[in-house]
Ligand binder design. Sequence first.
Ligand code: ADP
Ligand code: MG
Length: 260
Amino acid sequence: MAILEVQGLKKSFDHLEVLKGIDFSLEKGEVMSLIGVSGSGKTTLLRCLNFLERPTAGKIVVDGDVIFDADDPLTQKESEIRRKRLHFGMVFQSFNLFPQYTALGNVCLAKELLARENPEFKGHKKQMLDRIREEGVEILTSVGLQDKLDYYPHQLSGGQQQRVAIARALMLEPSILCFDEPTSALDPELTGEVLKVINALAQRDATMVIVTHEMKFAHEVSDKVLFMDQGVIVEQGTPQQVFEHPTQQRTKQFLERYNE
Ligand code: ADP
Ligand code: MG
């Protein structure tokens, strides 16, 4: 069964229809890259998946569970949105770390807040917080930042900050990890270190949706590539199909511009 199914997803802002009926599915362990020109709706799609925007129409199904259906208000209860959002992790272009917390603090924060709501927290505070910090250290080590645990965002390079942001997303063990142009804000020499981390996650069978302009990387890392234009998925297939043998004129023109 697919881990993620998106069916007929639409999103309008006032009278502007930005997503015009998006359909795709993703199997567990698959990596999907989403490519397309600026303004085609890629960020809006990721934001809809993460409950940062409310779709105007369509359904989102995670592991067989309808987590959003525009026609069913019961799926849209505010009280359940936080739980549902935990299915997804999000890594933004601009890192979005909290400047007042260290790398470890940023990584542990959300899990600590969740732990505080646990009825067992009162009696087991120290054990629970220690366990979360151990996990945080482990995850920061896995992205090569074991020496930077106590550094604040302003003391870290862009590449290091983005690796903290990835560690933070991993901490909550999302079923699907989303990246919105994770290297667009980085100098070329720092891009590689972030792509390496994403590649390692792919090797460990993480399920990921990646919006990227790094075509070579997308070709190498993806199981599936979607080309989006003006709120529509124009073409989807394996990287070989989409990058090497595109069938649609719009895909060909887009890729030609990148290869110039
Ligand atoms: P992409 O990520 O592919 O560059 P976006 O999803 O950011 O595209 O934007 C798609 C379109 O939606 C653009 O025309 C953008 O101006 C519009 N848009 C995005 N967010 C909003 C918003 N909050 N309000 C109004 N229009 C928006
Ligand atoms: Mg965008």
